[in-house]
Design a protein around this ligand. Structure first.
Ligand SMILES: Cc1cc2nc3c(=O)[nH]c(=O)nc-3n(C[C@H](O)[C@H](O)[C@H](O)COP(=O)(O)OP(=O)(O)OC[C@H]3O[C@@H](n4cnc5c(N)ncnc54)[C@H](O)[C@@H]3O)c2cc1C
Length: 499
């Protein structure tokens, strides 16, 4: 099957998956009002791949079937491939204002990066290398949507997983001739309600010991696999909104986050990529070069998000003429800097790209690490700027439904602004509210803080990765040079004043 249509995607979601929310099992994520908006968004993303105006920019001929497949599955061999792939990601990200972070391209790119490093997976057993390669081809040819889960539940973060008093983390409980059996939980799986498969991979450091080995695995299975359940957080979709225009982002873009629970789940051997192998797990994403590929996608998401926040800031400021004030221009200039900073880093990562350890054209990691570390505070600041610009207007502008309700005449008269009639202002300020004030916004801010890892430990990882030695040497070389030129003691100078 080449690229899927939205209709095919929605049909695939009706597979008996076990998704729970608000104390009940969700029968159909494509129709339940808490889930249907984001399901429709996913369908629209898939349909975009078929749009004659976009198909060339979003797809490429499959190297195995020759049919058109998603460009996020491409194994980039040239800088041009990276740029084309970024273009595809940007189309999806612009359509969602960068607020649907786990659209399928995210994991398509991660999986492509990992599969290209198949020999790593086969370092002890060639089967696992073959498995991840075959899975990449399958995901590409079936145009799968994937969710992923990396972390063990927050139980006692002061102890390693194998030394927990409450042993809740997913682990291998036994092997059979058909596969491995997993029981326990993983902490978060975003997009699980809208995914075909779940990719379960390692992330945190594991000891090289017999005790840690049952937690050292990697695999992919269908979301609807028997024994697999997902317990979701409550939705941020407003269930009593008079109009979707009151919550133009939350109503469409709540990609959902859930705890993944494995209850004696059989993972067939052909879908196992890592088996009781802490050595392979540790540092996997950086070692394989998959991480810069993923960061190229997330930075493109950040660019779309920064551009959207900037555009929104401009539009709000223009509507009431506050952009006449110098400090408002300063706030808007901050939004410009966010967008241009991310764009520059992305371009730098492509300009300095080189063939990586797995043979893929790999964007330069450091500009992307810089975005990874700096974008979370930028986005949180951007939400603050939207609040500062919108001020009381964010709560005084009424529901879109008022434009046609009994108070319509009052709203038409009094909800206007200098440069916007009432409908324009209501739509704009409801969008701003949803972007920067709503619970959807709170979740977006939390997402940016953590989706890519704990910033504290990421900073440590960046420091460890960075090639510091030449910089330290440079300082010492400079001091040696200064000493050679000027290191004469004052007393010596006074004895020989002419030098
Ligand atoms: C909206 C959202 C969506 C997400 N989606 C996914 C997903 O789809 N798949 C997935 O796998 N994960 C997902 N995550 C999880 C994300 O990867 C983690 O939140 C992140 O890695 C931080 O881990 P944690 O939440 O367990 O925090 P913790 O490790 O519990 O840390 C909590 C706090 O304690 C501190 N702390 C804890 N331990 C240490 C330590 N050893 N050293 C120093 N400081 C420490 C941290 O600095 C932090 O401030 C998502 C998270 C969010 C918020």
């Amino acid at each position: 099957m080449p690229i899927r249509t939205g209709k095919e995607f929605l049909e695939a979601m009706r597979d008996g998956r076990r998704i729970f929310m608000d104390g009940e099992r969700i029968e159909d994520v494509t129709t339940d009002p808490r889930f249907a908006g984001a399901a429709r968004t996913m369908a629209e993303l898939y349909d975009m791949q078929h749009d004659p105006a976009l198909i060339e920019r979003m797809t490429f001929p499959s190297p195995s079937s020759g049919k058109r497949v998603g460009l996020s599955f491409i194994e980039p061999k040239t800088v041009d491939d990276l740029i084309r792939r970024r273009g595809m990601v940007k189309i999806w990200m612009d359509a969602t204002c960068g607020m649907f972070g786990r659209s399928p391209d995210f994991l398509n790119i991660m999986l492509t990066g990992l599969a290209a490093a198949a020999p790593e997976f086969g370092h002890r057993d060639q089967r696992f290398a073959d498995n991840i390669r075959a899975y990449h081809v399958e995901a590409r040819e079936r145009d799968l949507a994937m969710t992923h889960t990396l972390l063990n539940p927050q139980v006692d973060r002061s102890r390693p997983v194998e030394r927990q008093e409450k042993d809740l983390a997913a682990k291998i409980t036994r092997e059979t001739d058909r596969g491995i059996v997993i029981t326990g939980a993983r902490m978060v799986s975003t997009l699980c309600a809208y995914s075909d498969d779940i990719l379960v991979m390692p992330s945190t450091f594991l000891a090289s010991s017999e005790e840690a080995a049952p937690y050292a695995f990697g695999f992919a299975i269908p979301v609807a696999t028997p024994g697999l359940r997902f317990v979701c957080r409550p939705t941020v979709v407003h269930q009593n909104a008079a109009s979707a225009m009151d919550y133009p982002l939350s109503s469409r873009l709540d990609e959902q986050d859930a705890m993944a629970i494995f209850d004696n789940v059989l993972v067939p051997w052909e879908r196992v990529f890592i088996h009781r192998d802490p050595e392979l797990c540790n540092g996997l994403f950086n070692r394989t070069g998959a991480m810069p590929q993923v960061m190229h996608q997330t930075s493109t998401k950040n660019l779309a998000k920064a551009e959207y926040m900037m555009a929104l800031g401009f539009a709000i400021a223009r509507s009431t003429n506050i952009d006449a004030h110098l400090h408002v221009q300063g706030l808007l200039a901050e939004l410009i800097q966010h967008a241009e900073f991310v764009r520059s880093c992305l371009r730098a990562s492509e300009a300095d790209a080189a063939i990586g350890p797995s043979g893929l054209m790999t964007p330069a990691a450091m500009p992307l690490w810089t975005v990874r570390m700096m974008f979370p505070p930028m986005f949180i600041r951007a939400c603050e700027i939207i609040q500062i610009l919108g001020a009381g207007g964010l709560v005084s502008v009424p529901s879109y439904a008022e434009l046609s309700g009994p108070a319509a005449a009052d709203v038409a008269a009094y909800a206007q602004a200098a440069n916007a009639d009432a409908p324009t202002r209501v739509k704009l300020f409801r969008l701003a509210f949803d972007t920067a004030v709503s619970s959807f916004s709170g979740r977006q801010q939390l997402y940016e803080r953590y989706y890519s890892g704990d910033p504290v430990r990421l900073a440590g990882a960046l420091y460890a990765l960075y090639d510091k030695a030449p910089h330290v040497e440079r300082v010492h070389a400079m001091l040696d040079e200064l000493e050679r030129k000027y290191g004469v003691l004052r007393d010596a100078l006074s004895e020989h004043p002419t030098g």
